[in-house]
Design a protein around this ligand. Structure first.
Ligand code: ITT
Length: 195
């Protein structure tokens, strides 16, 4: 069994990553270490924030630390909410408010194209070992559909499908998501390191 710590407080990310990693990995995340101070996401890119999270946590916890910084870029909104996806409706606001704001901002917009971006960083003892990015193109619909997944999933239809990520569910999402595409090369890297 290989232990991997995910430097996230988002249980949905952990669940998706654990599902894609396979049974030979034992995964834990920040929910098991509530005493650790929150890492401030002061970066302006996914890469900067992913590096901040992985490096900071790897100074406090031994072993391999994986971080995920991700978000939604909407073309008609000039790339917003982007790195600010988690706090789009303001600090302390949640998914319902973020999705309501996105629907409001997209009202009447003809260009619906958008993409989810994800950058994953692997760190150990304060050093970055690897970084990979993944992206999935799609479009934003006007009303939420589906109950699976998390975040903006009920508003995002990946290209080539008619259903949202929240309707498609994890089995499909984990085959084509931004997270899946960043994690695939990371898994190869990790397996090489561990062998
Ligand atoms: P950690 O920083 O603790 O990992 P977080 O949720 O704050 O958790 P981010 O700063 O990376 O993570 O923000 C990611 C946000 O982007 C997330 O809260 C969602 O709003 C959105 N997002 C990212 N991946 C998504 C996905 O697969 N489906 C839907 N929304 C997603």
């Amino acid at each position: 069994m290989n232990a991997l710590f995910i430097a996230t407080g988002n249980s949905h990310k952990t669940q998706e990553i654990a599902g894609m990693l396979g049974a030979d990995f034992v995964v834990s995340d920040l929910s098991s270490r509530p005493e650790l101070p929150e890492v401030e996401e002061t970066g302006t890119t996914f890469s900067e924030n992913a590096r901040l999270k992985a490096v900071e946590i790897s100074k406090q916890i031994q072993g391999f630390i994986l971080s995920d910084d991700s978000g939604l870029e909407v073309d008609a909104l000039g790339g917003e909410p982007g790195v600010y996806s988690a706090r789009y409706a303001g600090q302390g606001k949640g998914t319902a408010e973020n999705n309501a704001k996105l629907m409001r901002e997209m009202k009447g917009k003809e260009n619906r194209s958008a993409r989810f971006q994800c950058v994953m960083v692997l760190a150990e003892a304060g050093e970055v070992l690897a970084e990979y990015a993944g992206c999935v193109e799609g479009s934003i619909i006007s009303e939420q559909r589906g109950s699976e997944g998390f975040g903006y999933d009920p508003l995002f239809i990946p290209d080539g499908y008619d259903l949202t990520f929240a309707e498609l569910g994890d089995d499909v999402k984990n085959q084509l998501s931004h997270r899946a595409r960043a994690l695939a090369p990371m898994i190869s890297f990790l397996r090489e390191k561990l062998s």
